[in-house]
Design a protein around this ligand. Structure first.
Ligand SMILES: O=C(O)CCC(=O)C(=O)O
Ligand SMILES: [Fe+2]
Length: 235
């Protein structure tokens, strides 16, 4: 299940992020792989943890969805920058659940996927099934789906090696479409939503990111509770 978030994240929040991620982005100009800013947010070194930026982005949409998703102890499970280098390959079809069974025994993680620039299909934007689209109120039914068979394919390019095997993927992709997102637009998808992206066929890096939320009750591995993030102030 997935939905478009019907509000835009402020350009000023995104521009401050892009400015601070400048080093990573310029490196992706020369590197045709997917550059994951996995430790861009929340590094132990509190001067460089960028939680002030995460706070700004989060506050732009969380109040609109918190009651709908209704997590007992809402946490930011993890956040990554999804920078796909100029010329980098696509990401094979998968459900994120295949990666998260261990860390999220009862499925609660969902992703807010944010366009940090206007994303076209040539840039390697997200491809989803329109059949699974719901309105924002439908987020209350997130994570009620089922896991499909996945295989580990460490040879396939794109940085996400657990994938839906090629024959099944080809069949599923017939019903999937590129979803266009302008800078600051975002969509949310649950951990059972199969997704893929095409290669970045342009000469500049593709700029996107995801904030993955989950229920932190009974968990000790997550980035930060949402109430802590809201109260965060850089020391
Ligand atoms: O960035 C991509 O190409 C794929 C991202 C993805 O699979 C995800 O955000 O879960
Ligand atoms: Fe994914």
């Amino acid at each position: 299940m997935w939905c478009r978030l019907p509000f835009r994240i402020s350009t000023s929040a995104i521009d401050s992020l892009l400015e601070r991620a400048d080093g990573l982005i310029s490196a992706a100009q020369q590197d045709n792989s997917v550059t994951f800013g996995k430790d861009f947010f929340g590094r132990i070194d509190s001067e460089n943890n960028n939680l002030d930026l995460l706070q700004q982005l989060h506050q732009d949409f969380w109040p609109e969805i918190a009651d709908i998703v209704d997590l007992k102890v809402p946490v930011v499970d993890h956040t990554i920058l999804l920078i796909k280098g100029a010329g980098a390959p696509g990401t094979a079809l998968h459900q994120d659940r295949a990666y998260w069974v261990g860390r999220d025994p009862t499925p609660t993680i969902f992703s807010v996927w944010i366009a940090l620039e206007d994303l076209t299909e040539e840039k390697g934007g997200l491809i989803l099934s329109p059949d699974n689209q719901v309105s924002v109120s439908g987020m209350s039914a997130f994570n009620t789906g089922a896991i499909l068979e996945h295989a580990e394919d460490y040879k396939q390019a794109g940085g996400f090696p657990i994938t839906i095997p090629p024959a099944a993927a080809t069949e599923m992709k017939k019903a999937m479409e590129f979803i266009s997102l302008a800078k600051g637009e975002a969509l949310a998808f649950d951990s059972f939503e199969a997704h893929t992206t095409g290669p970045n066929q342009t000469s500049t890096p593709r700029l996107a990111m995801k904030i993955a939320y989950s229920d932190g009750a009974d968990k000790d591995r997550y980035l930060i509770r949402t109430d802590e993030l809201e109260d965060y102030s850089p020391s």
